[in-house]
Ligand binder design. Sequence first.
Ligand SMILES: *[C@@H]1O[C@H](CO)[C@@H](O)[C@H](O)[C@H]1NC(C)=O
Ligand SMILES: *[C@@H]1O[C@H](CO)[C@@H](O)[C@H](O)[C@H]1NC(C)=O
Ligand SMILES: *[C@@H]1O[C@H](CO)[C@@H](O)[C@H](O)[C@H]1NC(C)=O
Ligand SMILES: *[C@@H]1O[C@H](CO)[C@@H](O)[C@H](O)[C@H]1NC(C)=O
Ligand SMILES: *[C@@H]1O[C@H](CO)[C@@H](O)[C@H](O)[C@H]1NC(C)=O
Ligand SMILES: *[C@@H]1O[C@H](CO)[C@@H](O)[C@H](O)[C@H]1NC(C)=O
Length: 627
Amino acid sequence: NDKVSSCSCSVATQYSQNIIVTVCSLHFNNIFSCSFSAAGVLLQVKMNVRRHLKNKNTVPKIFAETVARYGDKTALIFEGTGEKWTFRQLDEYSNRVANLLLERGFKDGDVVALFMENRSQYVGLWLGMAKIGVEAALINFNLRLEALVHCVTISNAKAVVFGSELNEAVSEVHSLMGREVQMFCSGDWDPKRVPRGTECLEPLLDNAPSHLPIFSPCCLFSDRLFYIYTSGTTGMPKAAIVVHSRYYRMAALVYYGFRMTPDDVLYDCLPLYHSAGNIVGVGQCILHGMTVVIRKKFSASRFWDDCAKYNCTIVQYIGEICRYLLNQPVRDIEQQHRVRMALGNGLRQSIWVEFMERFNIPQIAEFYGATECNCSLGNFDNKIGACGFNSQILPFIYPIRLVRVDEETMELIRGPDGVCIPCKPGEPGQLVGRIIQNDPLRRFDGYVNQSATSKKIANSVFKKGDSAYLSGDVLIMDECGHMYFKDRTGDTFRWKGENVSTTEVEGTLSRLLDMKDVVVYGVEVPGAEGKAGMAAIADPTQSTDLAKFVKDMEKALPPYARPVFLRFLPEVNKTGTFKFQKMDLRRDSFDPSAVSDRLYFLDSRRGSYVQLDEELYRSILSGKHKL
Ligand SMILES: *[C@@H]1O[C@H](CO)[C@@H](O)[C@H](O)[C@H]1NC(C)=O
Ligand SMILES: *[C@@H]1O[C@H](CO)[C@@H](O)[C@H](O)[C@H]1NC(C)=O
Ligand SMILES: *[C@@H]1O[C@H](CO)[C@@H](O)[C@H](O)[C@H]1NC(C)=O
Ligand SMILES: *[C@@H]1O[C@H](CO)[C@@H](O)[C@H](O)[C@H]1NC(C)=O
Ligand SMILES: *[C@@H]1O[C@H](CO)[C@@H](O)[C@H](O)[C@H]1NC(C)=O
Ligand SMILES: *[C@@H]1O[C@H](CO)[C@@H](O)[C@H](O)[C@H]1NC(C)=O
């Protein structure tokens, strides 16, 4: 019975004392099967990685095997234009890209920036570059001006390939990029709208040969494949290095872990400049021969129609997508599809069950893992709310751990011996992964920026003198080893002596407010210890009933977690992957003279929100009005 969810730690203890227990309890079976299936997946991927290393394989070489096997099967479908490419077509297109670049003198180790929104060719472009060891820098197509120049510059790109839909963005910054950068434009060609010297890509590709590039293979499984940028919710984006083995490992862990097959059809509406869309999603096509449906932009209203139209069996999500889907009016189509699994990360516990039931999705394949981190986790057994599992009876298989931190500053708490303190079950801690550089599963390739790399590594974490990767995220583990996401770096704040997880409060408030976007953060109030909670609520129609909201909130949240201040605004700023941008909101705080939006203050004596005007603001600042 796999529905049994409770378990006790006696199993782990008994195992470690080498006592052979013949207790046949349900949870006992469950933990064992979880542990062994998770361990099995890891071992399988590990063995495959070893084999690819030994055979000097690369992602393009594995792709060649895929093409040999699935040649005429559909590899990619581009929802939007309806275009379909078979594996052979994708192979030929990428060969042309490789041959063109070879002819232009590009060689292995060179970098080419890829900046595109319309993406029929996106995958073929980076794959073609990889065929001759040229590394693509995958630039977020929402970037403009300084941020765009920054990303291109730090990658040291010798050329930029951009889509014609981004002509203006490129023209704006062209003069800042340096003259040596070659420009290629793909799409609707208009020589008047592109920077001088730009070449139109399509005729060049048409003239390039479609056979495999003739060139002596240079790169290895441990070499660089491309760069992906962190989303930059704080400060400028950083370029994270993705090596071939990491691409393989990220895609293979979810493939084997969630028991996918080449017959699955995967719906991928996530941006291709990120690892979720381009590795976890597209990787299943490149490495495992799965058909992947790509959509330029996520559309909540078209989501289930697309799934039904293409017979998708797996859909990808990132956090907020699920909430946007739940926010849609109920339609028949949302149940009439063949989706058997939703794959992604950041599904909030507050809507987990509702999401499964309403859309008739049997399995949630939630995983955890940043592009650059080496501590990926997966919820392989459909455990509600969990983002992963780490065996407590076979802990040596996967050296990751939760260690005690100050949740507010994220500083590691160390014992008298200077080594970090592991968390007990139920105790929140930062996820860390031990670094073993010569083990491809445990290595960390870092960022292009060395000083950014060193910030993510700490010493003496598992034992004295070792080094480990810091995920920056706080998780909680139960006694069986299921891991639950709690909060992101520095997003927890302290109020009335309690730790408030903004992620949890955001999830709860959003549920109470019909899935509106809610951003929670802490603001300083002079004279008050800690930070007071503030919630920015996207309410374009101004339809929130505050009296009802307070009543519902009192039932759902403990007093210290209830936001003291509310800010209603038409829209909150998000990144391309729907991460909230909190910096500006934090800075604006609750000052009515700096913020033109409606502000409210929770008057605890009256138990209701009152409008926050200048007078009340001054009286709060002066400490006359106690919180
Ligand atoms: C690219 O996308 C833009 C905006 O959606 C559209 O107007 C344009 O026609 C597209 N171009 C191509 C070549 O698909
Ligand atoms: C989806 O499946 C149905 C029934 O098996 C089939 O008729 C249809 O052609 C399929 N659609 C696509 C896009 O493969
Ligand atoms: C809040 O977190 C800190 C460490 O980050 C911990 O010492 C403290 O006990 C926590 N407080 C509560 C009430 O959980
Ligand atoms: C994390 O990265 C470090 C640094 O390269 C590496 O040595 C370690 O093995 C990695 N850990 C995991 C769990 O992959
Ligand atoms: C590298 O990272 C450090 C610290 O994060 C930052 O101060 C510096 O500006 C970065 N350098 C570049 C070239 O981005
Ligand atoms: C959203 O972003 C824009 C552009 O960066 C900025 O001007 C604006 O102040 C931001 N809005 C909020 C509420 O932070």
